[in-house]
Ligand binder design. Structure first.
Ligand SMILES: [Zn+2]
Length: 284
């Protein structure tokens, strides 16, 4: 009974956090399990049909990017099993940004695995927050732009791509596939969510300038394999079908990356111009 009630509270809290943080509307794919697979090299997809989570596997432990919602953690465990990985091997937990659909489960994962949680400095307070729907997880190390996470020869670079949240992080890494080095980009999020003020935002005065900086950073990154915090960013479902059908390069999509970043920049610019003309009217 108490258990059920606390589960209800967790769900209610997650829901209210979604509202507070002006997330996109609940998506049917968020909690839908998705078959896990190896993307390239030692990088695996272990997320749901839309909430992307990744494991970079090394002989000395695994690095997890994104915990999704707490209710998605059992699916994450199963996904890791499917590709021969062990949940208990998670050594580092990283996130795309401090919104419940990516960091809600990190407190639970940290408790269960003892992994170290490393978060971009500007999102750390949100991750540690005990407010409803926030993970309330202690951050072991705060990161800044360019900091690396290294384990047994594997290396991830944290790029600070703020705007969507103040500490939004795009992860870059290199993997080897068929004796070729591939540049991987895991985009944090360049989206302007409904409810966001780009002009006269008292909680986040430099928000528009941050988005501008983020697009400059995203355009500067070398990208062979295009990934992101949501499967919908990079066409997860279609590409996974192609990979399964035998196209080993299904996720190699440098042009798709450039086109998508350009489209997102255009969306942002259009919305910013609109808000400049009517300050105080948030994104619909
Ligand atoms: Zn978000």
């Amino acid at each position: 009974m108490i258990r059920n009630y606390s589960r209800f509270l967790t769900l209610a809290a997650a829901f209210s956090a979604v509202m507070l943080h002006a997330q996109p509307a609940q998506n049917a794919d968020w909690h839908k399990p998705f078959p896990a697979f190896r993307i390239a090299g030692n990088l695996y997809y272990v997320g749901t049909a839309d909430l992307a989570a990744y494991v970079l596997h090394t002989p000395q432990g695994d690095i997890l990017i994104n915990g999704n919602f707490p209710e998605d953690v059992p699916a994450l465990k199963k996904s890791m099993q499917q590709v021969g990985l062990k949940y208990s091997d998670i050594t580092y937990i990283l996130i795309s940004h401090a919104h419940a659909d990516h960091d809600g489960g990190v407190g639970l994962i940290k408790r269960e695995t003892g992994a170290a949680l490393w978060v971009m400095q500007e999102d750390a307070t949100e991750v540690e927050s005990l407010a409803p729907g926030r993970p309330g997880a202690r951050v072991d190390r705060t990161l800044r732009d360019g900091y690396t996470v290294e384990l047994a020869g594997a290396k991830l670079v944290a790029r600070h791509t703020p705007g969507h949240t103040k500490g939004c992080t795009t992860w870059t890494l290199r993997v080897m596939e068929n004796n070729q080095v591939m540049n991987v980009v895991i985009v944090g999020s360049p989206n302007v969510n409904p409810g966001t003020l780009l002009v006269n935002n008292k909680q986040y005065p430099q928000i528009a300038a941050d988005y501008v900086k983020t697009f400059a950073t995203l355009k500067s990154l070398p990208c062979d394999i295009f990934l992101g915090a949501h499967g919908a960013y990079f066409g997860l479902k279609d590409k996974a079908v192609k990979l399964k059908a035998g196209n080993a390069n299904a996720f190699v999509d440098p042009n798709g990356y450039k086109t998508w970043v350009a489209a997102k920049e255009q969306e942002f610019t259009t919305e910013w111009e609109r808000q400049k003309k009517s300050p105080g009217s948030p994104k619909k």
